[in-house]
Design a protein. Structure first.
Length: 185
């Protein structure tokens, strides 16, 4: 709870209105992007995990976590599976029940950004707050490169989830088979 208050306070204190030209450039970058590869650092209730991901628009993601359980997360655009390889444990979710459904939908992001007033945070980040039913998603872009650099959401248990991404590459050649859901034993 203390972390939530600090993050929200800093967010409000260091935010300024976003220039229209930056917003248009972000939209243009998104329109040209078919896929992203990146490293991530995700914090949920002060627990941090790291790994790498590939996003293919629309709504596909493959993430490999660098942890003891060799966890992977895969979405084929409809379902989301989280698998702990070492203990052979699976969690299956409908993608529609997660904030990732919106984050992985490039056309949704573009349409929302067109209609939102973004903010400049700490003169480094560009932020848009997306509101959709029960989901509130803060999307962040790097002010210099205009690349997506992360998002902030709440998970199904109402935990604050902060995801930072780095070493972002766009439109790489990727193996589309990685988006096939793992078989459940």
């Amino acid at each position: 709870m203390k972390t939530k208050v600090i993050v929200i306070s800093l967010f409000l204190f260091f935010s300024l209105p976003l220039q229209a030209s930056l917003k248009e450039e972000i939209i243009s970058n998104l329109e040209k992007t078919n896929n992203l590869t990146f490293n991530f650092k995700q914090t949920i209730n002060e627990k941090t995990e790291e790994g790498n991901c590939i996003i293919e628009y629309p709504k596909k993601i493959f993430c490999s976590y660098a942890n003891l359980n060799k966890k992977i997360m895969v979405s084929n655009g409809k379902s989301l599976v989280i698998k702990n390889k070492n203990i052979n444990q699976y969690y299956l979710y409908s993608l529609k029940r997660t904030p990732l459904e919106l984050i992985l939908d490039k056309n949704y992001l573009i349409s929302q950004i067109k209609n939102l007033n973004g903010r400049v945070i700490d003169n480094k980040y560009l932020n848009f707050t997306l509101l959709n039913k029960e989901n509130k998603i803060n999307i962040f872009f790097d002010k210099q490169t205009l690349n997506l650099i992360g998002w902030q959401t709440e998970d199904v248990y109402q935990n604050l989830v902060i995801t930072f991404i780095s070493k972002v590459k766009t439109n790489q050649k990727i193996d589309k088979n990685i988006f096939k859901l793992p078989k459940i034993n």
